[in-house]
Write a protein that binds this ligand. Structure first.
Ligand code: PHE
Ligand code: ZN
Length: 888
């Protein structure tokens, strides 16, 4: 078993950053690949960092067997200290010296999937953040950048493809049926961007010529049977290369760019220089096996990893506290990429709404819970715990606000300056903000850069309160904005944030009032500010925080009438959607807070407004689907001081059933209007039509559950059987499962039989069942059964997530049981997974982050379950950090 429990728990602090005592200039790695025992020869040239006081060389290492160490070709003395290899008799002076280290490791025993591991007979590496030290002893920190030459040697029959970063210099046969390949990376890089792959893979290849006339080879490597699922990833990669050149002037800097898919991966994908390694989930797709959502995710993740080539690889992080330097910026870039690929402006808005929904349902709770941390954290125990929605999604919002403040061209100028200054360096979030500000000296950002940078240093979601007053006599509208941010762990008092508030005013008929540009973007930089609008003829309806211009909670006591006006007329599609969400939320909260059994929470005005959206003749289908989707249970719960998850679940289900029933005829109309049978294309417009048709089918089946009607479930089953693509097929299956119809019991095994050899489709099959609405406590037993299914594999992260996370993290109505059995199940799984994969276990451990908000008996039961995990003597640092913070 792996040595999870090494060393004491130490806290790493940002303020303790010190430059490295040595530089590593070149690395020559030679691998003799063998699943049981791989030999690694690491030959480095190093020199002292003249800028810091002389000190011993301390190299990181983990789970390595050390065979030999040579300095300048001769044996030398060394010692081991806290897992590090320490050399203190190194040559005097600042001359370079060579250090050779021979180690072995056991890739087939590597269940953590960090470092060098084997997945389905193929070797892969994962080095970010600190996995390289599981391959060889090294200065495993991002500010040490070296030139790599890598020689791979392996059995030719089993491992015909040998890949590493950069360019293939040489390859050829070796004795005993072995062969070798030698790769040279022309770019210096930190160790976390190192990668190798060795196995029996095939590649889709495409040659492209970039704007500058340079030729590049693009390759997507997969297992032999998966070749027919690589076209979309390749098209996405081609689009990514073109986009980064066109939008930011950033070209591909390699002759060859490779993507390799693996089915065993802890995260989504990894941006290793020139050799991106992906979870199969974000590569493989064809219309028979992947849904529209999968297609869209692949496009965005392929883009994301490709864009890292500049924002992450060419300019990297000085230390891991700066993670958002590359992640926030790269998420922003992939979001913009997906939006720019949309032909219609309405599709851009849909993407924005989806991104904000993720932020508000996942990041806002994180920012209000025990794991709250600034976009640039100040300390961590385990860096893997800080690959969070805060660093990624809130970090992207921070970059987006900069663009809002300096304008699109100004932002492009800032990016240009950032690369002029920092190409080839390892830098900080401050360096980035400084470059954007310096390129735009007359902007609000430059004028108040220090205030703006509080977005990096302060955790928590600010709340912005807005109050409007209309003076009819003076024909004047006065808007007062004020801000407040609650304390977060370790930060009791917050300074004001710099908050760009994009806004507009509508008249009572919903017509946009003309405003000067300066009034359409108000920058709140103090505790409060007042804006005066003159020449306003009647009391306006304010449309605030348009496009979600800042990651804040807006508190404005708008009337239903105002929200209905915005829902019907706002020219800002985001706020139009938001008006519908606020109307629904208001009703949900009232029903949750009311006494007695849950009645019908929706009124005629709301239902009519939803009907008007559904039947609207110009809004597009994707927007309608988003607007008709009620706020999630998680989002509703976040608005409450004390949460009874069963009550929240019951209320939301009641609302959904009411919409299903009241709009029956409209859903039937929507289904017939939007179900098309033409050739499948995953573009946003047709995906939106499928999404709306799928939603309609679910609503019709839900209603049939109450009315006893058999027609719609029958239609859904028929659709399930003859759908021409996975989206329609899965939506039909889901309609049956979600409505709990008896036909689901026939459809599910049929679906399994159809796709028994498609791992990613089976993941969906598992997830659908583990995430289904709970009816009388039936889901937990179903989850246990799924775990006993022959296709269930706990050690495969995708499969484990598809059952366990779908239940614990994504199905609150089933997970929060009055008998606490959900929590006991959770603690058992956290402990079980922690024994072989701490990273995945620590993510699961986050499922009870918000336990303090729960009503009794949930609250005590949840605390007990967390305490049970925390009481384990043998716990990884990853899980220990999460549960300790949860209990504090
Ligand atoms: N850097 C990867 C990304 O955002 C995420 C990742 C982190 C993958 C750590 C693996 C391990 O694109
Ligand atoms: Zn990333």
């Amino acid at each position: 078993m792996s040595s999870l429990r090494e060393g004491p728990t130490t806290v790493v602090r940002r303020e303790d950053y010190a430059p490295p005592a040595y530089w590593i200039d070149t690395v020559e790695l030679t691998f003799d690949l063998d699943p049981a025992k791989t030999r690694v020869l690491n030959r480095m040239t190093l020199r002292r960092n003249a800028a810091v006081a002389a000190q011993p060389l301390r190299l990181d290492g983990e789970e390595l067997n050390l065979a030999r160490v040579l300095v300048n070709g001769a044996g030398c003395s060394f010692k081991m200290d806290a897992g590090q290899l320490v050399l203190d008799n190194l040559p005097e002076g600042n001359e370079p010296f060579t250090l050779e280290i021979f180690t072995t490791c056991a890739p087939e025993k590597n269940s953590q999937l960090m470092g060098l591991y084997v997945s389905q007979g193929t070797f892969f590496t994962q080095c970010e953040a600190e996995g390289f030290r599981r391959i060889t002893y090294f200065l495993d920190r991002p500010d040490v950048m070296a030139s790599y030459t890598v020689t791979l040697r392996a059995d030719k029959a089993r491992y015909p493809v040998l890949l590493s970063n950069g360019n293939l210099e040489e390859e050829g046969p070796l004795p005993d049926g072995r062969h070798f390949a030698k790769w040279v990376d022309p770019h210096r890089k930190p160790s976390y961007l190192f990668a190798l792959v060795a196995g029996n893979l095939v590649a889709r290849e495409q040659r492209i010529v970039s704007r500058s006339g340079k030729e590049h080879l693009l390759q997507v490597f997969v297992r032999r049977g998966d070749m027919d699922k690589t076209e979309h990833a390749m098209q996405s990669l081609i689009a990514s290369v073109a986009w980064d050149e066109a939008r930011f002037g950033l070209p591909l800097d390699l002759e060859r760019f490779m993507i390799v898919a693996t089915s065993d991966f802890n995260m989504g994908a990894m941006e290793n220089k020139g050799l991106n390694i992906f979870n199969t989930k974000y590569v493989l797709a064809n219309s028979a096996t992947a849904t529209d959502t999968d297609f869209a995710n692949i496009e965005s993740v392929v883009g994301h990893e490709y864009f890292h080539n500049w924002t992450g690889n060419r300019v990297t992080c000085r230390d891991w506290f700066q993670l958002s330097l590359k992640e926030g910026l790269t998420v922003f870039r992939d979001q913009e990429f997906s939006m720019d690929l949309c032909a219609e402006p309405s599709a851009r808005a849909v993407k924005r709404i989806e991104d904000v929904r993720v932020l508000r349902t996942a990041q806002f709770p994180e920012d209000a819970g025990p794991m709250a941390h600034p976009v640039r954290p100040d300390s961590y125990v385990e860096i893997n715990n800080f690959y969070t929605v805060t660093v990624y999604e809130k970090g992207a919002e921070v970059v987006r606000m900069m663009q809002t403040l300096v304008g699109r061209e100004g932002f492009a100028r800032g990016m240009k300056l950032y690369f002029e200054r920092h190409d080839g360096q390892a830098v900080t979030c401050d360096d980035f903000a400084q470059a954007i500000a310096d390129a735009n000296p007359d902007s609000a950002l430059a004028r108040q850069l220090e205030v703006f940078k509080r977005w990096y240093s302060q955790a928590g979601t600010p709340r912005v309160r807005a109050e409007g007053r209309y003076d009819a006599e003076a024909r004047r509208y006065t808007l007062t904005l004020s801000q407040h941010c609650a304390p977060t762990p370790g930060q009791a008092v917050k300074q004001p944030f710099l908050i760009p508030v994009a806004l507009g005013l509508l008249d009572a008929q919903g017509r946009e009032l003309p405003l000067p540009e300066s009034q359409r973007l108000v920058v709140l930089a103090d505790a409060s500010a007042t804006v005066v609008f003159d020449d306003i003829d009647s009391e306006p309806v304010p449309s605030l925080l348009r496009g979600f211009s800042a990651p804040v909670v807006l508190e404005y006591a708008d009337s239903d009438a105002q929200l209905l006006t915005l829902l019907a007329h706002d020219s800002d599609p985001f706020n139009r959607w938001e008006a519908g969400q606020r109307l629904a939320l208001r009703r949900a909260l009232a029903a949750v807070r009311a006494d007695g059994p849950v009645a019908q929470p929706l009124d005629a005005a709301f239902i009519d407004a939803m009907r008007a959206v559904l039947r609207h003749d110009t809004l597009d289908a994707a927007f309608k689907e988003l607007t008709l989707t009620l706020p999630s249970e998680t989002y509703i719960s976040e608005q409450l001081e004390v949460v009874d998850p069963q009550r929240v679940h019951a209320v939301r289900e009641a609302m959904r059933e009411q919409l299903a029933q009241a709009l029956h005829a409209d859903w039937a109309w929507a289904y017939e209007q939007h179900r098309d049978n033409g050739a499948y294309r995953p573009d946003p417009l047709s995906a939106g039509r499928r999404a709306l048709a799928g939603m309609a089918l679910t609503m019709l089946c839900l209603d049939a559950r109450q009315s006893g009607d058999a027609v719609w479930p029958g239609k859904a089953y028929q659709r399930f059987k003859d759908a021409g693509n996975m989206t329609d097929r899965f939506n039909a299956l889901s309609a049956l499962v979600v409505s709990g119809h008896a036909l689901a019991r026939e459809a599910l095994p049929r679906f399994h039989a159809m796709f028994r050899d498609e791992a990613l489709v089976l993941d969906k099959w598992f997830a659908l069942q583990a995430g289904a609405p709970d009816r009388g406590g039936n889901i937990l037993p179903a989850v246990r059964q799924l775990m006993a299914h022959p296709d269930f594999q706990l050690r495969n992260p995708n499969r484990a997530r598809s059952v366990i996370f779908s239940y614990c993290n994504a199905n609150p109505g089933a997970f929060h049981r009055a008998d606490a059995a959900g929590y006991v199940f959770w603690s058992d799984r956290v402990l079980e997974i922690d024994r072989f994969n701490p990273q995945v276990a620590a993510r699961l451990a986050r499922a009870l982050d918000r336990w303090k908000k729960l009503a009794e008996p949930y609250r005590s039961a949840a605390r007990e379950a967390i305490a049970r995990v925390a009481a384990q003597a043998e716990l990884s640092n990853d899980v220990r950090e999460v549960v300790t913070r949860a209990l504090s």
